[in-house]
Design a binder for this molecule. Structure first.
Ligand SMILES: Nc1ncnc2c1ncn2[C@@H]1O[C@H](COP(=O)(O)OP(=O)(O)O)[C@@H](O)[C@H]1O
Ligand SMILES: [Mg+2]
Length: 257
């Protein structure tokens, strides 16, 4: 099962990815979670201990590896480099596992090809496609880039695009845009998750104003989410209401897909 988590910055993509990852891991599944944020923070949301966090480095910043695989130094423009470097060993070699969740930090990924033609983007693009082809039990992609960057492989291999929103019109507007862009490339398997819901009015608002995306579930607003971050522990362990809601979503997704 392959799930991509998208939505505007700050809505709770990383929080939801961490919750779903631990929910599947605790249900006995093998989980590979991929952090595609230029400033990775999924390890924190998963409550990875410091010694493991120190072992994690975004692939986008591994200059020597990128050089070794592509034949060119990151940051160089022009010259020759391979556009389909070997990447098959990378997920296992550079990921770190904690409580049955394997985590890989990719760093900033420009998978669309609109960005620079440079060794690092060739490397990340190839790696991203490789991840989609791999036969992991559960793959969760915490996306930073918008869906306009998603290509053909995503459409073919991602089972569902989960769009996270807050209970505001602006946030739903973004969701509508994401839906349109996703539909434009043929990706129609979308689910909406409402996060930071404070009361029944906000819950009702999300359920009635959804831009035609089925609602997978809602997560309550809870100050304990920030507290977990401050304490360096997993949201999943610290905020039981979120753990319960996310576990229900994980079950429903597994049934539907
Ligand atoms: N349900 C929630 N209740 C309260 N705060 C939340 C909730 N979900 C996320 N947050 C907070 O919102 C901020 C952004 O969350 P994050 O998951 O990093 O979003 P994104 O990955 O979409 O940028 C973080 O400070 C996080 O602690
Ligand atoms: Mg994030």
């Amino acid at each position: 099962m392959k799930l991509a988590i998208s939505g505007k910055g700050g809505v709770g993509k990383t929080t939801l990815t961490a919750l779903l990852a631990q929910a599947y891991a605790d249900a006995g599944r093998d989980v590979l979670a991929v952090d595609a944020d230029p400033s990775p923070c999924l390890a924190g949301a998963l409550g990875f201990p410091d010694d493991l966090r120190k072992k994690l480095h975004p692939i986008s910043e591994m200059d020597d590896l990128i050089y070794e695989r592509t034949g060119a130094k990151p940051g160089t423009v022009g010259g020759f480099f391979t556009i389909n470097p070997r990447v098959d060993d990378i997920p296992d070699r550079f990921s770190v596992k904690h409580r049955n969740v394997r985590l890989l930090e990719m760093g900033a990924v420009d998978i669309g090809g609109s960005g620079c033609i440079c060794p690092e983007s060739a490397m990340l693009k190839t790696l991203f496609t490789h991840l989609l082809f791999r036969k992991d039990d559960v793959l969760l992609l915490d996306m930073y880039a918008g869906v306009e960057h998603l290509g053909r492989a995503t459409v073919d291999f991602v089972d569902a695009l989960v769009v996270v929103v807050e209970p505001t019109r602006r946030s739903l507007g973004t969701a509508e845009q994401i839906k349109k862009l996703a539909n434009d490339i043929g990706l129609t398997r979308l689910w909406l998750v409402g996060n930071k819901v404070r009361n029944d009015d906000e819950a009702a608002f999300l359920k009635t104003e959804t831009p035609g995306i089925p609602v997978l579930g809602l997560l309550p607003a809870d100050l304990a989410v920030q507290e977990a971050d401050r304490l360096g522990i997993a949201v999943y362990d610290h905020v039981l209401a979120l753990r319960q809601a996310a576990s229900d979503m994980a079950k429903q997704l597994a049934q539907e897909l």
